[in-house]
Design a protein around this ligand. Structure first.
Ligand code: CU
Length: 150
């Protein structure tokens, strides 16, 4: 059994490094940008958009989204002009997962308050492999266009 002692110790060291988010080239490295919520026109539902960038060499998967403003946040994609709920989204290695108007989007349901332009709402994103990310999402005008910035 002595022969097992060294490999086990090495493995434990590797796990500790990965847990610290160190430079592990087999892990995803996720960051979030370009997030916004158009001020909702309805009192009980809102949409949200963001981009998740993965600089790592491993793919990951967005598996759930929660927010302080909504009883439930669902993930939708858009196929042939109609949206459908999905249970996860792939985040490719060295790639991006993009949510944008007319495509992938988040839907905030059972709003407990109605977000107004200028507010910031907090989201928590959970992934299959990486640790959770917290996003501060600004509320923009109902007609906000991210490519023009207003
Ligand atoms: Cu939808």
């Amino acid at each position: 059994m002595r022969r097992l002692a060294v490999p086990v110790a090495v493995l434990a060291g590797a796990l500790t490094l990965a847990g610290c988010g160190g430079s592990d080239d087999t892990a995803a490295e996720l960051s979030v940008g370009a997030s916004y919520m158009p001020q909702p026109v309805s009192a009980d539902m809102a949409a949200g958009f963001l981009t998740i960038t993965n600089k790592g060499a491993a793919k990951d998967e967005l598996t759930s989204v929660t927010s302080d403003v909504a009883g439930r946040v669902t993930m939708h994609d858009t196929v042939g002009g109609s949206m459908q709920e999905v249970t996860s989204f792939a985040v490719p290695a060295h790639g991006r997962l993009v949510f944008r108007s007319g495509g992938n989007h988040l839907m905030f349901e059972k709003l407990n308050r109605r977000p107004k332009q200028g507010d910031t709402i907090t989201l928590k994103l959970k992934f299959a492999k990486s640790g959770p990310l917290t996003v501060e999402m600004p509320v923009k005008s109902a007609t906000y266009n991210p490519s023009t910035g207003h």
